[in-house]
Write a protein that binds this ligand. Structure first.
Ligand code: FES
Length: 333
């Protein structure tokens, strides 16, 4: 059992405790209220995020084996654990366990969501990780703890016999854990119910940015006044005229984009940003692909390499085939 530090030490940590606790509580509720998050596909969805992490994270094998088969469950579990860690920090219930859960979450976020951020200190998850570790090591020092009230409410009087101290401690720990779990489930249940009631309570779904900055990915025309042949996305003439063309990759379900380069060459990329799975959009002015979420810029003329932003992983290139007779473009392979 770690030795408790004097309360003045924990008093100095109160701003950290309430900030990380409040932020994790908010983040968990926000995820459950966000209709874009608990989805298999789409910008900001847990499905898209996990698919991105399965490509770029050092935990890729784990994400692939454990998380990708059940993205919605993973999203709910993450939100629930964030709520539990946040409530534990704010109330002092099961405090050290909550801080350990917070540290594990922040560490996982660092190895997935923040892994592609360069330089590393621009990512937010490492400071949270060390904040939670500090709280776990320090304990709450008896400051602002709901534990006593809970024990009184459940008439859990301390045992006068020294032999009963260990038993008391176990009972108290279990009681705090049960109350924290019940509180977390209640908060998550309320957030989930409000989200199910409709957009008046949840955040608006994130718009699906088209590659031209439009609001959706259009059905693929084969060219002015014509329909594309089966399997074709668009015609060379169309893409050159529009400069870019959005479509959904049928193999992955991801938004994707065809871009006509200055020399007339046409290239295709998966449009899911390699930072946190927002959908990139083609910018006519610069000729680059821009991410609306955190400003990543990808250069389509050089394999969508990163020009700027919190990732250094290029967009996934999609090989294409062009029918020399019709000029129809389709995905190769
Ligand atoms: Fe963060 Fe694209 S999702 S820069």
């Amino acid at each position: 059992m770690p030795r408790d530090h004097p309360p003045s030490f924990q008093r100095a940590l109160l701003p950290l405790r309430f900030f990380v606790g409040g932020t994790f509580l908010f983040a968990g509720i926000d995820k459950l209220l966000d209709p874009a998050f608990l989805r298999m596909t789409g910008p900001g969805s847990i499905g898209e995020q996990l698919a991105t992490y399965s490509r770029i994270s050092p935990l890729a094998a784990l994400v692939h084996a454990v998380a990708l088969p059940a993205p919605l469950l993973v999203g709910v579990v993450i939100a629930g654990l964030e709520i539990a860690a946040g409530l534990g920090a704010l109330t002092g219930l099961a405090y050290r366990l909550s801080a350990v859960i917070g540290a594990l979450l922040a560490g996982t976020f660092f190895l997935t969501a923040s892994w592609a951020i360069r330089p590393y200190y621009l990512g937010a998850d490492l400071p949270y990780l060390f904040g939670w570790i500090t709280l776990a090591l320090a304990g709450h020092g008896g400051l602002y703890v709901l534990g006593d009230s809970v024990e009184r409410a459940f008439s859990l009087a301390p045992s006068p016999a020294p032999a009963g101290l260990a038993t008391d401690r176990t009972r108290r720990g279990l009681l705090q854990l049960v109350v924290l779990a019940a509180g977390s489930l209640s908060v998550a249940g309320i957030a989930g119910t409000l989200s199910a009631l409709g957009p008046a309570f949840g955040s608006e779904p994130a718009p699906v940015a088209g590659p031209d900055g439009g609001s959706s990915f259009p059905a693929p025309p084969g060219g002015p006044g014509t329909s594309p042949a089966r399997g074709e996305i668009a015609s060379v003439a169309t893409v050159r005229a529009l400069r870019s063309f959005g479509f959904i990759d049928p193999a992955s379900g991801d938004p994707a984009v065809l871009v006509a380069l200055g020399d007339g060459t046409i290239v295709a990329f998966d449009a899911v940003c390699t930072h946190a799975a927002c959908t990139v959009a083609f910018d006519r002015l610069s000729g680059n692909l821009l991410c609306p979420c955190h400003g990543a810029i990808f250069d389509p003329t050089h394999g969508a390499r990163v020009l700027d932003g919190p990732t250094d992983v290029p967009l996934l290139a999609l090989p294409i085939r062009i029918d020399p007779a019709t000029g129809g473009i389709s995905l190769a392979g």
